[in-house]
Design a protein around this ligand. Structure first.
Ligand code: SF4
Length: 287
């Protein structure tokens, strides 16, 4: 595949109201707004007006267990588990689409899936977004892949390292009717890459770049795991870079974990991250 062709999840750039030629799209955006854009719902920039680009495909397959024993899959399964409805756009086409829908927005979030799986396309796209539009770029990544060149034009690395509770086990797979193959098998061994995480930290500390380590938590026992398996083995992070986000892809699921995550954040001097888009729009894509 050419280096500037990007495999995107079906929603590609969202939420938008204009097509690449500037014509109004018949279907209203999932936000229900008459304009393009939404807010960043998570992390240090929660509330900031943004457009999102969703890359397709992920090297992990997260399936969490909720406190009530229920299962919560990746909140963007169409970019990881079921990535068959892929859209291919060149970085030129994507840039045109961004221009038509930008309005007053100055922030763009590149998310997935795992965008660093397409590092050449990511380099090309982020270089154009920076040089031609001067946008602030957030990269949302699971932190398992580091590539210095691909990081050049990124302003904020929103890294979500996955804890043990995200690993699909045989009973979870059976309950969801999934066959253990590919990333479902190697999620457990690939989810933690301390070398890659340390490289992100070192890069941000040596350059004018921001970072957040955003842990999805489901139970109080995970506090020890965050400290012992991650923070004690990494250097160069600040307490204000550590964010806890409650597990849950729906409002009902979030009710089980929100206060526990908040208490854990307060106890450690870390930050709590809301999931505003789920509170406002539920679990639908494109918001
Ligand atoms: S790392 Fe992120 S995109 Fe990949 S399966 Fe897990 S939650 Fe989904």
């Amino acid at each position: 595949m050419m280096k500037n062709i990007i495999s995107l999840a079906e929603e590609a750039l969202f939420p938008i109201v204009k097509d690449i030629e500037g014509n109004t799209i018949e279907q209203a955006p999932a936000t229900g707004f008459s304009i393009a854009g939404t807010i960043q719902g998570e992390g240090k920039l929660a509330g900031v007006p943004s457009l999102f680009i969703r890359f397709s495909s992920c090297n992990l397959r997260c399936i969490w267990k909720l406190p009530d024993g229920g299962l919560s899959r990746c909140d963007t399964p169409y970019a990881s588990f079921d990535n068959h409805r892929v859209k291919h756009l060149s970085s030129e086409e994507l840039l045109m689409l961004v221009k038509q829908n930008l309005g007053q927005i100055r922030h763009i979030v590149i998310s997935g899936g795992e965008p660093l799986l397409q590092k050449d396309a990511l380099i090309d796209l982020s270089a154009r977004l920076k040089s031609e539009l001067g946008l602030h770029i957030t990269l949302e990544t699971n932190g398992t892949i580091f590539n210095r060149e691909a990081c050049e034009y990124i302003d904020l690395f929103s890294i979500s390292p996955k804890l043990g509770n995200s690993t699909p086990d045989p009973s979870n797979l059976k309950a969801l009717g999934l066959n253990p193959s590919g990333p479902l098998n190697y999620h457990g061994s690939n989810r933690l890459n301390l070398k890659a995480l340390q490289s992100f930290l070192d890069l941000c500390n040596s350059r004018d770049k921001e970072l957040q380590l955003k842990f999805v938590v489901a139970s109080p026992e995970e506090e020890k795991e965050i400290i012992e398996d991650y923070l004690q083995k990494l250097s160069g992070w600040r307490a204000s870079d550590i964010l806890l986000m409650p597990l849950g892809a729906t409002v009902e699921e979030l009710k089980q974990t929100t206060l526990m995550a908040m208490e854990m954040a307060v106890r450690n001097g870390w930050r709590y991250s809301p999931r505003i888009h789920i509170d406002l729009f539920g679990s639908k894509p494109g918001v």
